[in-house]
Design a protein around this ligand. Structure first.
Ligand SMILES: Cc1ncc(COP(=O)(O)O)c(C=O)c1O
Length: 373
């Protein structure tokens, strides 16, 4: 029997294993401020990699987003503009921070927040915007940052999919006031669970360090309201060695994506992902739009791929403004974000992770071409 081609595959080598064993033997498994030796090493090297002054390790990408929103000190009835075409954490972090998410539509080509829609959604209550860099491709940060600055808004990048992505040579996480990353097991760089926030401002970094450790300041007493959002030393050790390997991982993803594109190019039904001029895709997922399809047809194709041992998946079939919680709480309605709703019916993702062989890529392309013919 053919092995299953998984949508994601953590790549853990002897360096990570030895580092974890070293941490276990050292007895320093974590620290009360989340600033143990591996946390510091990982944060320093991550900040350097992204090209920012600071990085603050967190227990997850969701914690990273929530901590950044708390550090931004939003007022209670404020609004935060987010795409609806994203993972639920982008918006749940906003609600957890006491603000209202305002959903905006996407650019149908890149699946990222449309800057025009962002600008149109700004009100006197808007205090922040969270562009998401979907699937590994950065949002149009030049426009988004320009509009945000003109309107005095905080910019919090959701770079959970996009460690290593670039726009004009600058990395994801270096454009906004905060950049939030996830190291969940499916991500391009993984620590099992984990996250990090990048920033160039010292006061932001200090607020983030406090928020991740119960709001403690110089003393062990809460100066502000905080959480336990620390990343363990075990996870930071894995992250440190994963980061050293990231350039190689990204190269392999790029090669796999190019190969899939060359194999699928001839199929008229498939709109393949592209890398616009000036952008460097991190190829977290290879996301295809099935031209003109309804959700039912797309789902059938995904099921056929799964039955053929290819773990294709849909990210994301329910736009957040149509998820039960957001409809109930904020009264969002269908047909309010047409490009998002169409994309949610038509997209599906294939893997391009570094563990795929040329044979896997050929098999996926061959199967998919046959199924959509
Ligand atoms: C776009 C996006 N934002 C945020 C998150 C949250 O990250 P985590 O699962 O590490 O909490 C994810 C996780 O998949 C994500 O895809």
């Amino acid at each position: 029997m053919r092995k299953i081609i998984t949508i994601a595959q953590p790549i853990i080598g002897k360096e990570e294993i030895e580092a974890v064993v070293g941490v276990l033997k050292s007895g320093i498994l974590t620290s009360s401020r989340g600033d143990g030796p591996y946390a510091k090493k990982f944060e320093e090297s991550f900040a350097k990699y992204v090209g920012v002054k600071y990085a603050v390790a967190m227990s997850s990408g969701t914690a990273a987003l929530h901590a950044a929103l708390l550090a931004a000190e939003l007022s209670p009835d404020s609004e935060v503009i987010v795409p609806s075409f994203t993972f639920t954490a982008t918006a749940s972090a906003v609600v957890l921070a006491g603000a209202k998410p305002v959903f905006v539509d996407i650019d149908p080509k890149t699946f990222n927040m449309d800057p025009v829609c962002f600008e149109e959604a700004i009100t006197s209550k808007t205090q922040a915007v969270i562009p998401v860099h979907m699937y590994g491709l950065m949002a149009n940060m030049e426009e988004i940052v320009r509009i945000a600055k003109e309107n005095d808004l905080e910019v919090i990048e959701d770079a959970a999919h996009s460690v290593g992505a670039e726009l004009k040579g600058k990395k994801a996480g270096s454009f906004g006031d905060y950049g939030c990353f996830s190291f969940y097991a499916s991500k391009n760089l993984t620590t099992g669970e984990g996250g990090i926030v990048t920033t160039n401002r010292r006061e932001n970094m200090e607020a983030l360090c406090s928020i991740r450790a119960h709001g403690f300041g110089r003393h062990q007493s809460s100066e502000i309201l905080g959480h336990n959002y620390r990343m363990s030393e075990l996870a930071c050790a894995i992250g440190y060695y994963q980061l050293l390997k990231l350039p190689k991982f990204l190269e392999a993803r790029r090669r796999n994506a190019a190969k899939l594109t060359s194999l699928l190019e001839g199929s008229a039904r498939l709109e393949l992902p592209e890398e616009p001029e000036g952008y460097k895709h991190a190829w977290h997922l290879y996301t295809i739009r099935l031209r003109g399809s309804r959700a039912g047809e797309r789902n059938k194709i995904v099921n056929k791929l799964v039955n053929a041992g290819i773990q294709a998946e849909v990210f994301y079939s329910t736009p957040l403004h149509l998820a039960p919680f957001y409809r109930r709480k904020f009264g969002f309605r269908p047909r309010s974000l047409p490009r998002t709703e169409t994309a949610a019916r038509q997209v599906f993702s294939l893997p391009v992770h570094p563990e795929l062989s040329d044979e896997d890529l050929r098999y996926m392309a061959q199967r998919l071409t046959r199924i959509v013919r």
